[in-house]
Design a protein around this ligand. Structure first.
Ligand code: X2X
Length: 337
């Protein structure tokens, strides 16, 4: 055999061995198989981008890590899933900082009413000093968290009874809020009668009229079909909300370093992509939702914010978070009270 032919044959044989090994790798169960739970429908950008990340992670780890995604609170309500995450029954979970505040009190600080004037301010703060501070507080409670917070959006109020034109319209309104002291306090300060209900029970609470209204960004009002059981949508933009990508510490520390690197790179990248998708959706959905029957109005936010101030809302929460945390918030967003 001449040299070239011999080389060719050796290369071909080597290629066959490699191919067989990777087929075996793909067929065998992944050595690491982690659950990622969230509360949003499979069609929301959160899940679209998470599925992309899962595929990229499987590929880059040669099948050594498999991410199984459980959307729509399939593993339980947010409150339950937070306990499961801490116990290690669920490895990954995206949760609003406001709900997380039941474990990490200062994590709700990014949800203070009207704190962020726009998205520029949101990302400067959450990818900067404020986010770093909150992630530190989360770690101090024994959970781990990815660097990039995922977007939920600016929240709007929907009701089956009446639009919100000014703060007076909140009076005695039965409004569903997520399970979080800050949310309850904010809507009480506006004179409403808030009810703490997990997201997985929100649609039916609206349908059966246990509550008259709820508040969420348009991307959720659309993908979770809340427009089917609501009549009015008032563009209050009363707060911004985001989801921290949380991890069980023991599960994370079990992963080899190279897998940790691949997983965190793809999850953070998915987070950045879902921010862009969610921003676009929240911007374009008003037309579509109006066609589906929601009646829109845009109240002046000034009087609503003044009502919060007059009720002592900002002072109260400044006291609860403490001077250090409040100073970091105000350095990021400007003077609040
Ligand atoms: O529960 C909600 O309203 C939701 C989906 O926006 C959050 O996870 C905070």
């Amino acid at each position: 055999m001449d040299q070239t032919r011999r080389k060719l044959m050796l290369t071909a044989a080597g290629g066959a061995v490699l191919a067989a090994a990777s087929v075996r790798g793909a067929l065998a169960a992944a050595p690491f198989r982690y659950k990622y739970a969230n509360n949003l429908p499979a069609t929301h950008p959160m899940n679209v981008r998470a599925r992309e990340a899962a595929a990229a992670i499987a590929k880059d780890t040669n099948g050594r890590f498999q991410l199984d995604i459980f959307p729509s609170s399939q593993l339980g309500s947010d409150t339950d899933t937070l306990s499961q995450l801490r116990a290690g029954a669920v490895e990954f979970f995206t949760l609003s900082g406001l709900i997380l505040s039941t474990l990490v009190p200062t994590a709700s600080i990014s949800g203070v009413g009207f704190a962020f004037p726009d998205y520029d301010t949101v990302w400067k703060a959450m990818d900067g000093r404020l986010g770093e501070f909150i992630r530190g507080e989360i770690k101090a409670k024994g959970l781990l968290v990815m660097d990039k917070i995922w977007d939920n959006g600016f929240r709007q109020v929907t009701t089956s009874t009446r639009p919100i034109n000014g703060p007076g319209d909140f009076k005695d309104m039965k409004i569903r809020v997520p399970v979080s002291p800050l949310w309850t306090s904010m809507f009480q300060a506006l004179g409403a009668a808030p009810a703490s209900i997990n997201f997985n029970e929100t649609y039916s609470a609206l349908q059966t009229r246990i509550v008259d209204g709820q508040e969420n960004p348009l991307a959720i009002i659309q993908t979770a079909k809340l427009y089917e059981v609501q009549k009015y949508c008032s563009m209050t933009n009363h707060m911004w909300d985001g989801f921290w990508f949380l991890m069980n510490r023991r599960a994370w520390e079990k992963l080899p370093e190279d897998i940790q690197g691949i997983v965190s790179r793809h999850i953070n990248e998915a987070g950045m992509n879902m921010r862009a998708d969610t921003f676009a959706l929240n911007g374009e959905l008003q037309t579509k939702l109006a066609q589906q029957g929601l009646v829109f109005n845009t109240p002046d936010p000034g009087p609503i914010r003044d009502a919060l101030r007059k009720a002592g809302f900002y002072k109260e929460w400044q006291g609860k978070y403490g001077e250090k945390a409040w100073a970091i918030l105000e350095q990021s967003v400007g003077k609040l009270s």
